[in-house]
Design a protein around this ligand. Structure first.
Ligand code: TTP
Ligand code: MG
Length: 352
């Protein structure tokens, strides 16, 4: 099962300010203020009707609808809602894998006997999330993670989509190749030149040819277009964790830029730790390269820390092995958190 919250950042804002739900809401710096990175993080469904989308410049969103409400990203709010939601989700299965601020996989194989059962479980989860947080999500249920993720996106918002294994290929057939995890605009262009636009066409395309053209990535394309994917749901990091990730506007090999982002994120994590009086033990990085291969690396300290520099220095050193690679996304996370009040031996938080 893959669960993905509907227009997550915007929905969190609407929850604390219900007036907003009657308006088009765009999360991203206000174009008039000229602040921030200048791209839309997300927007509510009303704003989507105007053609506004995640990733587009805020200035463009403003041109599409100048009456929309533009809000800055309130990461602290979204992260606290996310943590509560993830807690609810993981209570439904011993195996849960959070893969983003608003999405997770649950292995429900042991909890159900058939797909009808799975649907009942999905409704129960949706009810609990809505009841406790007032937010809707969309759920995909399938035989592997790749299919479940595509299914959760199929009927948004507030949908449930079930794809039985025997129907995997048929379900994918007419979807655009962009729906396959990891295919961005560049791969889409290359495939288009080969006459491939739909996943069905990719599934039928000669596998060896794809491997010749794209290397191992070609093999991934061919396999996933046939609905074959990984079904191993792993607990990625402790339930309680604080982190953030950034996708670069252009893939970069410039480690001074990457380190700058790491330092920014470390600062935000530090502030959040301080605010919640948490100490951490584990620091992890997530790095996605230009070819969409994604790596995570972690280091666990043998003590609890409240230090900002340690987050930055360890994250930086964990990234070293990727020197020279073209990086698309960088994320930093701390986990193994404990509340400060239980730690009698440590002094107060440093103020930097
Ligand atoms: P998504 O799940 O991709 O988007 P969403 O929840 O806003 O909308 P949908 O209903 O289609 O699922 O991403 C989750 C959150 O991550 C999103 O609310 C904002 C953030 N985000 C960014 O900051 N930048 C991005 O480019 C994207 C795609 C998401
Ligand atoms: Mg979402």
């Amino acid at each position: 099962m893959h669960i993905d919250m509907d227009c997550f950042f915007a929905a969190c804002e609407e929850k604390i300010n219900p007036e907003l739900s009657k308006k088009a809401v765009v999360i991203g710096a206000d174009p008039k203020s000229g602040k921030g990175r200048g791209v839309v993080s997300t927007c509510n469904y009303m704003a989507r009707k105007f053609g506004i989308k995640s990733g587009m410049p805020v200035s463009r969103a403003f041109k599409l609808n100048s009456n929309a409400v533009f809000l800055p990203v309130n990461f602290r709010l979204y992260n606290s809602v996310s943590e509560r939601i993830m807690k609810i989700l993981s209570s439904y299965s011993g195996r849960s894998q959070q893969t983003g601020i608003d999405e997770a996989y649950l292995d429900i194989t042991e909890k159900i006997s058939d797909f009808a059962d799975a649907k009942i479980l999905a409704l129960k989860i949706k009810n609990e999330v809505y009841g406790k947080e007032g937010l809707t999500c969309s759920i995909g249920i399938a035989s592997n993670k790749l299919m479940a993720k595509i299914a959760s996106d199929f009927n948004k918002p507030d949908g449930i989509t079930i794809v039985e294994e025997k129907n995997n290929k048929k379900f994918l057939e007419n979807l655009t190749v962009r729906k396959l995890y990891g295919i961005g605009s560049k791969t889409e262009e290359k495939l288009k030149k080969l006459g491939i636009e739909k996943i069905g066409q990719l599934a039928d395309f000669n596998k060896e040819k794809l491997i010749n053209l794209f290397g191992v990535y070609g093999l991934y394309l061919s396999i996933s277009a046939n609905g074959i994917g990984d079904d191993f749901v792993e607990e990625e990091y402790g339930r309680l964790s604080i982190g953030r990730e950034v996708t670069f506007e252009q893939d970069t090999q410039d480690f001074s830029l990457i380190n700058f982002e790491i330092e920014e994120i470390a600062g935000e994590i530090f502030n959040e730790l301080k605010e919640n009086l948490y100490l951490y033990k584990t620091i992890s990085i997530k790095i996605r390269l230009h070819n969409f291969t994604t790596f995570t690396r972690s280091k666990t300290l043998n003590y609890l820390s409240n230090d900002r520099g340690t987050i930055f220095n360890i994250a930086k050193s964990l990234c070293k092995e990727f020197t020279g690679s073209k990086v698309r996304l960088i994320g930093v996370r701390v986990s193994n958190l404990q509340e400060f009040k239980h730690q009698k031996t440590l002094e107060g938080y440093q103020s930097n």
